[in-house]
Design a protein around this ligand. Structure first.
Ligand code: ZN
Length: 245
């Protein structure tokens, strides 16, 4: 079985459509979505509606989703993120609010788990380093965990001797999964990449070959950029998409 794994759509419908078309081309039907469907982007209802209507998409909730539906306060969010949460909350339809309300913060499929942030703190913790990943392996009851939250692709690995390390994970470097090891894989962001590459992130897990690959997908950045400005959202949210920051 092959799975498409995504995270951090953030209301960027142009990016979501491009990634879904990419998965169709690759004949992938089961999608795992690691949360933050809304926040920052100009098309939250279209994005939640698409996810809601997708029969073969399995989802967890992200910190922005939770803030938008009023179940998390935004005092730890920066000013721009707070403004985006308020803007999104004012526009999200009741059916979409209700859908986000049904999502758990941790879920499982086959031999992997998926969360938004980290295995021990699914909503809030950012994993940027091996040291931050290390205590999280203990909270995993599957050998592989997929997540997002930092908007930068990454792979952390724990071998059979208990040694952890960070493995390069980008569109040039697939990861071969060893049966005796554990992995925390950050699949980057569909709608607001921050690793210096503006193209949308899409990850594919080939379960038969035990191989995980990252792809970068072109999308209509200019349309999303213009929509953000027209919506009256902070202008920085439009400009950052051009640079992937
Ligand atoms: Zn996010």
């Amino acid at each position: 079985m092959n799975y498409g794994i995504i995270s951090d759509i953030h209301g960027n419908y142009e990016a979501l459509k491009a990634v879904m078309n990419f998965f169709i081309e690759k004949k992938i039907h089961i999608i795992i979505n690691c949360g933050d469907i809304v926040g920052y982007g100009p098309r939250p209802n279209e994005c939640v509606g698409f996810v809601r209507d997708s029969k073969e998409m399995y989802n967890v909730i992200g910190n922005h989703d939770l803030a938008v539906i009023g179940l998390k306060d935004t005092e730890n969010f920066n000013f721009i993120a707070q403004e985006a949460v308020r803007w999104t909350r004012d526009r999200l339809s009741l059916i979409n609010i209700n859908f986000l309300n049904t999502l758990d913060s941790k879920s499982y499929y086959s031999n992997f788990m998926f969360i938004h942030g980290s295995p021990r703190d699914p909503l809030n913790e950012y994993i940027f380093s091996t040291a931050q990943a290390l205590p999280n392996f203990k909270k995993m009851n599957r050998p592989i965990c997929f997540g997002g939250h930092t908007h930068s692709p990454a792979c952390f690995y724990l071998n059979v001797n208990g040694d952890a390390k960070t493995i390069l994970f980008n569109h040039k470097n697939s990861i071969e999964i060893r049966k005796d090891s554990m992995y925390i894989i950050n699949v980057g962001s569909v709608g607001q990449p921050r690793d210096g590459d503006p193209l949308a992130c899409a990850c594919i897990f080939n379960e038969k070959d035990m191989q995980i690959s990252l792809y970068r997908v072109e999308y209509d950045i200019e349309t999303t950029r213009k929509d953000i400005i027209a919506a009256g959202l902070p202008r920085f949210l439009a400009e950052r998409l051009l640079h992937g920051i």
